[in-house]
Design a protein around this ligand. Structure first.
Ligand SMILES: [Fe+2]
Length: 437
């Protein structure tokens, strides 16, 4: 007889011990603590017909967007398909989506996940995976509204309820509802101090509102549990580095890169994204990071899952351009351009333009870079990632215009950026920058 998870979803196993492990691994994944894979693996060996467990493992692997994990993702899917136990309706629906995702068709997979979490709003694992793919696919309103759709089926005492609030907080932030986002993120943390995603949601609020000192306090002394042994440790350190950049404190940002962001033995592609993004931003500011690009480029060479995400692929290209190793640059460009423009995930049509712009910047053709990026600026959502991450495009266009000597464009873009955060950012700083131009 099938068992149920703590929220009532039917799982394809008759073993309570397998469900207990599922719950443990899910809680680790929800809070991004390490290592849900190590927790789940022995249960799959003991219960090889545990379809829901194999699908969970598939989700762990796919959500890393890392080429090195794709074979394991496909093997987990095959193990689910080979199970002698009939899958539950929940597992059938979820499996169909993961199958498309593992084939590289995240766009169609996402449409199935969209329906799956409507039919199974208390399937916390699927909800989190879909939240993550909303982020990768650049759908900020769904970061908020998908969780909103599910919330009506949740109650305060439900296992994992706080994580749902944490996801909603991040979605609200990405929709510029900063006050609600901050309040909800803090409430999620009151319910569960291990909710790293809620820590992250509030950090985003500070970043977007330019509340730098509060943000630094939040990430250094105001929160705990995320700095080590957590899949979001690199990313939250990246947020802390951005706050140092707000303060023009390049030395602290660079020190943070070396201590907590540069690739280590266990770095996943999502960590390499943050490393690329920070080195690129430091380079835009004229900080000499040349010696750090080679190690990062080398990791991207092994871990880039070309064609899965414009966002990830362009971040890999940043490292190759930063490193200046032309064969890698060419490999990246060809891989990105090989994706058919009809790919269901967004922005593959713009990927070639982005590649050309990044390469032009690397070659010192700044006016060309700015010309290419300017038409993309009004709506960068399709690039994927958060608002804070997507601002890389704006920052690159701004610096390219300055280096090109296009003073009018540079002044306009600087003014645009400062005005966007003007309600909180010191107006005096805004005026000082414009006068200095
Ligand atoms: Fe973030």
């Amino acid at each position: 007889m099938n068992q149920h998870d703590a929220r009532g979803e039917a799982l394809s196993t008759d073993r309570p011990a397998s469900v207990a492990v599922y719950e443990h691994a899910l809680d680790l994944f929800n809070s991004l603590r390490l290592d849900p894979v190590a927790v789940l693996q022995p249960a799959l060996e003991a219960d090889p017909d545990f379809v829901s467990g194999h699908l969970m493992m598939t989700g762990f692997m796919l959500s890393a967007f890392d080429a090195q994990l794709l074979p394991a993702a496909r093997a987990s899917l095959e193990a689910a398909a080979a199970s002698g136990r009939p899958p539950t309706a929940r597992d059938q629906s979820f499996q169909a989506a993961l199958h498309l995702w593992a084939e590289g068709d995240l766009g169609r997979a996402h449409r199935l996940l969209d329906r799956h979490v409507i039919d199974h709003p208390r399937d916390l694992f699927a909800l989190q995976l879909t939240h993550m793919s909303d982020l990768v696919l650049g759908q900020p309103t769904m970061l908020r509204d998908r969780i909103g759709r599910a919330l009506g089926q949740w109650s305060e005492g439900d296992a994992g309820y706080g994580y749902v609030l944490g996801m909603h907080a991040f979605g609200l932030e990405e929709c510029n509802e900063y006050a609600r986002a901050e309040s909800l993120g803090r409430r999620a943390l009151d319910l569960n101090p291990h909710d790293t995603w809620a820590v992250h949601a509030v950090a985003h609020v500070y970043e977007m509102q330019g509340r730098v000192d509060e943000g630094i306090r939040w990430l250094t002394t105001g929160t705990a549990h995320w700095q080590q042994g957590n899949a979001l440790a690199v990313h939250n350190h990246w947020h802390l580095a951005l706050m140092h950049l707000w303060n023009e404190d390049h030395a602290s940002a660079l020190a943070l890169y070396d201590r907590a962001i540069a690739p280590g033995a266990a770095s996943m592609a999502m960590d390499l994204v943050d490393a690329s993004a920070l080195l690129w931003r430091l380079g835009l500011r004229g900080v000499d990071v040349a010696s750090r690009w080679a190690a990062l480029a080398s990791r991207w060479r092994d871990q880039a899952a070309w064609g899965w995400s414009v966002f990830n692929d362009v971040h890999a290209l940043l490292a190759f351009v930063g490193d200046g190793h032309s064969p890698y640059i060419e490999t990246a460009r060809r891989a990105i351009e090989a994706v058919p423009p009809t790919a269901p995930a967004p922005w593959w049509n713009e990927a070639g333009t982005l590649c050309e712009a990044v390469m032009a910047f690397g070659e010192g053709r700044y006016a060309h870079c700015a010309d290419l990026l300017l038409p993309l600026l009004p709506d960068t959502r399709g690039f994927g990632g958060s608002q804070a991450q997507r601002s890389l495009i704006y920052l690159t266009a701004t610096e390219a215009s300055r280096r090109a000597g296009d003073t009018a464009l540079w002044k306009a873009l600087r003014s645009e950026g400062m005005a966007r955060k003007a309600p909180v950012v010191q107006v005096a700083r805004h005026e000082r920058l414009l006068k200095a131009a």
